[in-house]
Ligand binder design. Structure first.
Ligand SMILES: NC(=O)c1ccc[n+]([C@@H]2O[C@H](COP(=O)([O-])OP(=O)(O)OC[C@H]3O[C@@H](n4cnc5c(N)ncnc54)[C@H](OP(=O)(O)O)[C@@H]3O)[C@@H](O)[C@H]2O)c1
Length: 348
């Protein structure tokens, strides 16, 4: 490494997107069993926007720099590292923070290899939403072959990943989204039905599609504004995984009796604040079960859906794009040139 300083995206708590700026800070020091990753790309998540607004601080002891995922190459290893990673290996990882920077320190146990033939820019779109979708379906949602699964925000990063994982697991994903192009993308990824929540009551459509039975599992990142339609859409004894509150977190009325009568199992889940052991297990299971399917020669290929790629110094535009709900799939922030490894900002 030429310098012990690095560039990163700075923010003041509560700032608007235009408050994001490229600044300089020390390269992170490695703690026990950590690997220093030379970051080529990261990607934008809703949590970054909340953190920028001052509503979602980094977990204690973790980097205050934004960024929950990164792809890049191994630049250094702590002396006590035991795993197979070597300097120069192409890796990607879920982070507790720190991705919007030239370097990030990552526990060696949560690194994943970048699928062969995939660019580091594309790989940056995998860790957060694919690990989340895998977790929602398999670790929390108890997905069973043949299940019908209602996936909200079908054009989102998590939604596009969950739809593909459902198809791979022999299940039937039904999605909701707010535009025809997002519905079309979901159908192209294998959704068996797709409904525009802005134009119709999706619960009526879901019940029609399932012959009145309802769905086995709901992946819900919307919350309050969908509560009633979700309750109508879910089958008796269905599973409902709540993992976001884009439509609010406050409901009133006959909620508990509806849950009781339908014997619905509602589970809330988060990822960022989970202990390292949990993330390690999730990463290992995903690496074993799903990562091989990202290879071009796999018979059933999983594809990270990349909406757009913004250069390092345009982080503000990347945030604005997500805030206006325009993206289908991931918004990537490219830090370095894929070929030369030079930081994009150095050329300004
Ligand atoms: N708990 C966890 O472990 C975990 C982990 C990762 C992400 N998340 C959460 O998962 C959600 C999806 O993340 P993502 O990065 O995949 O999202 P994303 O790519 O930014 O897509 C979110 C989409 O949700 C739709 N939406 C927004 N507000 C809505 C509302 N009020 N009602 C209905 N639809 C709405 C919009 O699409 P339309 O055009 O269809 O409206 C928007 O583009 C976020 O809430 C995120 O915080 C949770």
């Amino acid at each position: 490494m030429a310098s012990d300083q690095m560039k990163y995206i700075h923010f003041e708590k509560g700032c608007e997107p235009d408050g994001l700026s490229v600044q300089t800070t020390p390269v992170p020091a490695l703690r026990s069993r950590e690997v220093l990753v030379k970051v080529f790309a990261t990607a934008i998540n809703r949590a970054d926007i909340l953190q920028r607004r001052g509503m979602y601080p980094a977990p204690p002891g973790e980097s205050d720099i934004l960024g929950l995922e990164a792809s890049g190459t191994v630049a250094a290893r702590a002396d006590d590292c035991t795993s197979q990673w070597h300097i120069g290996d192409r890796v990607m990882a879920l982070l507790a923070g720190g991705g919007y920077a030239e370097y990030v320190a990552v526990p060696e146990d949560v690194l994943m290899p970048v699928p062969s033939g995939m660019s580091l820019t594309t790989a940056a779109g995998i860790p957060e939403v694919w690990l989340t979708a895998y977790q929602l379906l398999h670790l929390v949602g108890d997905l069973q072959k043949g299940d019908t699964v209602l996936i909200h925000a079908g054009g989102s990063g998590v939604g596009t990943a969950a739809t593909q994982l459902c198809v791979y697991a022999g299940c039937r994903p039904i999605v909701t989204a707010g535009s025809q192009s997002k519905l079309d993308t979901a159908l192209s990824l294998g959704a068996v039905a797709a409904f525009n929540y802005k134009q119709e009551d999706f619960s009526e459509k879901v019940l029609e599609f399932t012959n009145g039975r309802g769905v086995d599992l709901i992946l819900d990142c919307i919350g309050a504004s969908y509560y009633e339609q979700n309750m109508k859409s879910i089958k008796t004894e269905g599973r409902w995984v709540l993992y976001g509150l884009l439509g609010g977190g406050s409901i009133s009325g006959d909620v508990l009796s509806q849950i009781l009568r339908k014997r619905v199992r509602i589970t809330g889940t988060t990822l960022r604040v989970r202990p390292l052991e949990y993330k390690k297990t999730l990463t290992q299971r995903f690496t074993q079960d799903a990562l091989p399917l990202f290879k071009a020669d796999s018979s059933l290929q999983l594809t990270p859906i990349i909406d757009s790629v913004f250069p390092f110094h345009k982080a503000a535009d990347a945030h604005k794009s997500m805030e206006t709900n325009q993206n289908t799939g991931k918004i990537v922030l490219q830090i370095r040139h894929e070929d030369t490894g030079k930081t994009l900002h150095d050329e300004l």
